[in-house]
Design a binder for this molecule. Structure first.
Ligand code: HEM
Length: 428
């Protein structure tokens, strides 16, 4: 069956040489076909981006996406482009999001924005918590959290349709990441609201949420310092307080903020998108029910087919580079369009078809939904495990589960680079 979201006119309104506006309504409504058209047009297509004066390059072919993300000639921090004036870029980014200068580091200097030794240093401070082995140790706890959410869902489902986003897809990953990091239970609903404010593209809301989050983390740090526990936050405080250059004040706050936000917003939408995909593809759902061992491969395929992150952070060319035979000049910005790579027919047969048996095995993935290279998603193993446990639990507990609205009426959040359901109403 066709993608439920691709009904209507596909593509963007941009002509052959025009710059593509990432906020273009048609592109946001049907990014799969929209980016496919760009992919066939040229290896590099000019794009304009919310709040940016200068255009960027969009890279949509699988091999080129991997090059941009894997080639050290592309950097995440424009300050690492020799001779580049970054003041201008920062100012524009802050102005676009309505964020005062003093809060700039919390959103512009995270692990995602760092290169080289700084990036490695920040990433290594937390990477041990997210290795495959550590994630596997967490599985029983993820299962326990899932079961208790399913219990509640069952109760709610007796009274009619329930919104799976609200009552399951969000609460599961937010509980998991907050337990890991050490955010107390009573503060978690607040984090959920902050997460929403940050992605809502409302400048004012973002500045307020950022200020509140930063204050909140400072308070937590003080409390944890007085009463250490076994969580990730305690570990970071210890590293910080040992002195040296391993972790600065602002860096510690930014790391916590990044982990909590990256750890729940995206995973919630993989769960939501994945459930919607399975319910609109009964034959795939039946395959999965018939062979629960397929689950890891199914999660890879759902990440490819409807992964929540469709484009990466910008990369900057630190020198002149060629992509697919076209020049990217030193200092120019490039966005790797993950959904472009994931639907590239050069790599994926009949890419619009959902096929839970597509990826050859459960350990390796071909798709680039979690990125690629040094910034490859730190939480990928955790996110996959949460999705596996979530899908398995839902299928087992609610064998008759069905969409409570027509597939075409599922409402998406209009957000460039991101694929998210506003709600997922289900009859359980
Ligand atoms: C990086 C996607 C879940 C933490 C990334 C990147 C992508 C991504 C595409 C690379 C961005 C770039 O290169 O510009 C996703 C998706 C998720 C998910 C689709 C869920 C389905 C998580 C979770 C965590 C997490 C659960 C919790 C720890 C991070 C961090 C980075 C990252 C810290 C930055 C890594 C670095 O810069 O070295 N993620 N992510 N993500 N992700 Fe995830």
């Amino acid at each position: 069956p066709a993608h439920p979201r691709t009904s209507g006119n596909p593509g963007t309104s941009a002509g052959a040489g025009d710059a593509v506006d990432l906020m273009d309504f048609e592109l946001m409504r049907d990014p799969f076909r929209g980016y496919a058209r760009l992919r066939e047009r040229a290896p590099l297509v000019r794009g304009t981006f919310f709040g940016r004066g200068t255009p960027i390059w969009l890279v949509t072919r699988y091999a080129d996406v991997k090059t941009v993300l894997g080639d050290p000639r592309f950097v995440n921090d424009p300050a690492n482009v020799p001779g580049m004036d970054v003041g201008d870029i920062r100012e524009r980014e802050l102005a676009a999001r309505g964020i005062p200068e003093e809060y700039a580091p919390y959103i512009l200097d995270s692990v995602l924005d760092a290169d080289g030794a700084d990036h490695l240093r920040l990433r290594r401070l937390v990477s041990r918590t997210f290795t495959a082995r550590r994630v596997l140790e967490l599985r029983p706890r993820v299962q326990e959290i899932t079961e208790s959410l399913l219990d509640r869902l069952e109760g709610l489902g007796r009274h009619g349709a329930v919104d799976l986003m609200e009552h399951f897809a969000y609460p599961l990953p937010i509980t998991v990441i907050c337990e890991l990091v050490g955010i107390p239970e009573q503060d978690r609903p607040q984090w959920r609201e902050w997460g929403k404010a940050l992605v809502a593209l409302e400048a004012g809301g973002m500045a307020g949420a950022l200020r509140d989050m930063v204050e909140h983390i400072h308070t937590l740090i003080e409390r944890r310092r007085a009463a250490p526990t076994a969580d990730l936050l305690t570990g970071l405080i210890r590293t910080h307080d040992e002195g040296g250059d391993r972790l600065g004040d602002t860096e510690m706050v930014t790391l916590v903020l990044t982990l909590v936000l990256a750890g729940h917003e995206t995973t919630a939408h993989l769960i939501g998108n994945g459930v919607a995909a399975l319910l609109t593809h009964p034959e795939q759902l039946a395959l999965l029910r018939g062979d629960p061992g397929l689950m890891p491969r199914a999660v890879h395929e759902l990440m490819r087919w409807c992964g929540p992150v469709q484009g990466t952070r910008l990369r900057y060319a630190a020198e002149d580079v060629e992509i697919g035979g076209m020049p990217v000049r030193k200092g120019e910005a490039v966005m790797a369009v993950l959904v472009g790579g994931n639907y590239d027919p050069r790599v994926f047969d009949d890419p619009e078809r959902l096929d839970v048996t597509r990826e050859p095995d459960g350990r390796r993935e071909t798709h680039v939904g979690f990125g690629h290279g040094l910034h490859y998603c730190l939480g990928a193993a955790l996110a996959r495990q949460e999705a596996e446990v979530a899908f398995a639990g839902l299928l087992r507990r609610f064998p008759g589960m069905a969409l409570a609205v027509a597939a075409e009426d599922l409402e998406r959040q209009p957000m460039p680079g991101s694929w998210r359901l506003a709600r997922l109403p289900l009859h359980l």
